[in-house]
Design a protein around this ligand. Sequence first.
Ligand SMILES: NC(=O)c1ccc[n+]([C@@H]2O[C@H](COP(=O)([O-])OP(=O)(O)OC[C@H]3O[C@@H](n4cnc5c(N)ncnc54)[C@H](OP(=O)(O)O)[C@@H]3O)[C@@H](O)[C@H]2O)c1
Length: 470
Amino acid sequence: MGGICDIGIVGLAVMGQNLALNIARKGFNVAVFNRTASRTQDFVKERVKDETIFPAYEVEEFLSLLAPPRRVMLMVKAGQPVDDFIQLFAPHLSSGDLIMDGGNSYYRDTDRRTKEAEDKGFFYLGVGISGGEYGALHGPSIMPGGHREGYLMVKDILEKAAAQAEDGPCCTYLGPGSAGHFVKMVHNGIEYAFMQSIAECYHLLREVEELPAPSIGQIFEEWNKSEDLNSYLVEITAQVLQYIDPDTGKPLVDLILDQAEQKGTGKWASQVALDLGIPTPTINQSVIARNLSSFKEERKRISALFPREEAEKSDALSLHLEKALFLSELAAFCEGFHMLQEASSEFSYNLNLSEVARIWKGGCILQARLLNRIQEALKEEPGLLFTSPLFLEKVKDCLPSLRQACTLALRGGIPVPALSASLSYFDSWKREWLPANLTQAQRDFFGAHTYRRIDREGVFHTIWQKEEKE
Ligand SMILES: NC(=O)c1ccc[n+]([C@@H]2O[C@H](COP(=O)([O-])OP(=O)(O)OC[C@H]3O[C@@H](n4cnc5c(N)ncnc54)[C@H](OP(=O)(O)O)[C@@H]3O)[C@@H](O)[C@H]2O)c1
């Protein structure tokens, strides 16, 4: 005997509630369950109107509402709660049932859980979901990975719930195991980088041009009309900067404490990129920038110890910054896709990178017109996409502006960790020779680590220091 619900959602905080409403509004019956019963009651009372949503207050009751094979989506806090719920449900599940984890789980946890599910005879999907609470309600970008058979059981539901771009739903099966959560982690790393580059442009316009927040907001509004920068993040930046606090009449952004918080997914992206040996400097510096911002008291004390540099005025600053921001955004995407390419082969995800770009075009925080070109470029040339014919001339055109913006910032003592990391990223790739020969010589000097030569084959070690005579 089975119930009438097409899917069950566990976890009724903001994401679970909105996803349940979204799926129900697409014509599906949705069972819902939450650890704390009062949250379920409040949800049903306050938000459920005509939607076919069926609350349950016990695990057995919840599972009995589901039509076989049962499909359960966990939307709970990442970490132990996911394992706890799997353990709670496992004894009641039948072979062929499916558990999905729609939270921001660490990809290695997802690999472990996929294996454990397999051993118990049910299917498992690690599902990255981007778009915040708005996306969950109106159509997010959905990044599922895990058992393909499991995906086929929910394909119709997920693809209908996802944002719809002009070339299809922003949801596709990405690959086995943790492919979905890995892609979501990289997505978040790129998101950190793009946000930090935007913040640095705001910093420069505020300090060099001495523009008030709403005027900077208008510049972002103009940028958002361009082919290169039109994106969700630039759009919301324009709105944030122009928002006036009703209590004080001042721009609200000026009243917000300058300490950036984080939930850790950007940090994971950096850590994993380092493990994979893939250079992701813009992403790394963006994580570091958030860390450094948290030391507010120390920054306050230290700022009094140094004279403040005068930033030079520059006539064309906003024009340079428009190009600089585009390049930094492109650098972040290059870094992210390079990482995905490596992970795809390292972890056998067999990712279709062009498809990843496609499903980021709607519903998600990264949605940007630029993704159309990235999607095209990745059909031809995976990895270092800035070398694609679709980008190469553009990069050459924008590099002097990125250099100009960084020079101005460095001279004026204005930190631009993401923009300068992007500049060094491009500058490093376009150098045939880098001073790593000296690094190799030093390593051989102190650790006998050996080196290779450019004039002959083989591996060499040198006694660099003359033996001291006794
Ligand atoms: N918020 C976003 O914009 C966003 C975007 C993308 C992805 N995500 C991810 O989506 C997932 C849900 O996010 P959220 O913001 O809606 O909720 P959340 O604040 O991350 O988690 C709250 C939910 O988890 C449950 N929970 C917490 N600890 C638990 C435990 N020890 N045992 C059982 N249940 C527990 C809560 O139940 P109780 O009501 O009983 O406390 C509640 O249902 C998270 O993994 C999050 O990282 C969030």
